[in-house]
Structure formats: structure tokens, C-alpha cells
Design a protein around this ligand. Structure first.
Ligand code: GSH
Length: 205
């Protein structure tokens, strides 16, 4: 098995880094300097025409989009490591559901909020009504996750999976960014702490 991981610190690659660390599989790390524009160089675009991190090359095949990478790593390495439910199990369906919900639905609200508030986006494009609507949506989504986690240690039940690791990475960033207080969401707060305790320290994110 040969795995190369292209990343930049504090980026969407961090969630894949958390997964690789949790899986404990060998891989080669290649840092991509986003400020220098390495992601738009022909040699990188040949791997990922979307020009972004994370990108991996697994046994010679490039992959991009962290959600696809997470699922591929889960299916290939996670089942035997106890971090991804076996195909055909109810937990497998639940893990896919929450992993995708976190990146697609929750992610869309986070990006909407970010696009309308952050310094990375021109102020003249900010829209206060859009930002407020996104924040309201985020509150409803986190409330929904909180209700799901009631009586569960992790999203699929008693066992940590890559769905928790990915979702905590996305949501943890979002809570900090949007300065959302977790007091109204005690199950979410406890689950984030529980999941983070299971993550070994790492250097790339
Ligand atoms: N949906 C993508 C998002 C990837 C993404 O936006 N990566 C950013 C860093 S957080 C990037 O590489 N930006 C560089 C650029 O757009 O030039 C994923 O989850 O993999």
C-alpha cells in the first residue's frame, strides 16, 4: 500500500489528517503552500484539477474531496481498525448519513455564514440578512445533532467512527468561527470532548 497525503495546515485537510492519525496507517505527507499557489501548479492540478487540499494518492490513484477520501479510507482500512462499520450493518448506513450531513448540509450553512461575515471574503459581498439566516440554520442543525446524540456516545452508537472524527473537525471549526456557545447543546459539547480525547496529537493540522 502506498499513500501520499497533500495537505496544508489548518485547512479542510485537517479532518483527513485526523483520520489518518486515528487509523495509524503509514503514509507520506506533502505540504502544499496555498499562499504560494502550489495548488494551481500543473503538477498538482494533474492530481486534483480542482486545485485544493486535501488530495491523496492511494496506490497510484489520485483522489480529492475530503468526504470521498474519508469514505475510501474508512472502507479500505477502517473496518479492521474498528473505526468504520462493516458494509451491510445498520451502523454503516448511520455513519454515512452523519458524515455526509456534516460536510454537505452543515457545511453549506457554515460556508454561507463564512461568506457573509469573514475577512477572507470582500466586505462589499457581505450580507447581514444572509449571515443571520445562516446562523439560525446552524442553531437548528446543531440542535438536531444534539437530539440525535441523546443517549449515544457517538453518532452510530457506543463506538467511535470516522464519522465522529470528520464531523467534530467540521463542527469544531464552525463553532469557533461562528462563536456559537454550546451551552444549549450539552450532548454535542460532551460528544466533541469525548471524540477529541480519542484523537492522538498530530503535527500537520
Ligand atoms: N470540499 C473540499 C474543500 C477543499 C478546500 O476548499 N480546500 C481549501 C483549503 S480549506 C483549498 O485548498 N483552497 C485553496 C484554493 O482554493 O486555492 C474538501 O472537503 O476537500
Amino acid at each position: 500500500m502506498a499513500l501520499t497525503f497533500y495537505y496544508s495546515p489548518q485547512s479542510s485537510a485537517s479532518r483527513v489528517h485526523d483520520t489518518l492519525t486515528a487509523l495509524g496507517i503509514p503514509y507520506e505527507e506533502k505540504r502544499v503552500d496555498l499562499r504560494a499557489g502550489d495548488q494551481k501548479k500543473p503538477e498538482f492540478l494533474a492530481l486534483n484539477p480542482n486545485g485544493k487540499v486535501p488530495t491523496i494518492v492511494l496506490d497510484g490513484t489520485p483522489m480529492f474531496e475530503s468526504i470521498a477520501i474519508q469514505i475510501a479510507l474508512g472502507e479500505r482500512f477502517g473496518v479492521e481498525k474498528g473505526l468504520w462499520p462493516a458494509l451491510g450493518s445498520p451502523e454503516h448506513l448511520t455513519a454515512l448519513t452523519w458524515l455526509c450531513w456534516g460536510q454537505v448540509t452543515l457545511g453549506a450553512s457554515l460556508f454561507r455564514y463564512m461568506h457573509n461575515t469573514s475577512e477572507w471574503h470582500p466586505k462589499e459581498q457581505h450580507n447581514a440578512a444572509q449571515a443571520a439566516a445562516a446562523l439560525k440554520e446552524l442553531g437548528e442543525q446543531i440542535g438536531m445533532l444534539d437530539a440525535h446524540l441523546k443517549g449515544r456516545d457517538f453518532v452510530t452508537g457506543p463506538r467511535l467512527t470516522l464519522a465522529d472524527i470528520d464531523l467534530v473537525s467540521v463542527l469544531g471549526w464552525g463553532l469557533d468561527f461562528a462563536k456559537i456557545d454550546t451551552t444549549p447543546y450539552p450532548n454535542v459539547a460532551a460528544w466533541i470532548a469525548r471524540t477529541r480525547k480519542r484523537l492522538p496529537p498530530h503535527s500537520a493540522s
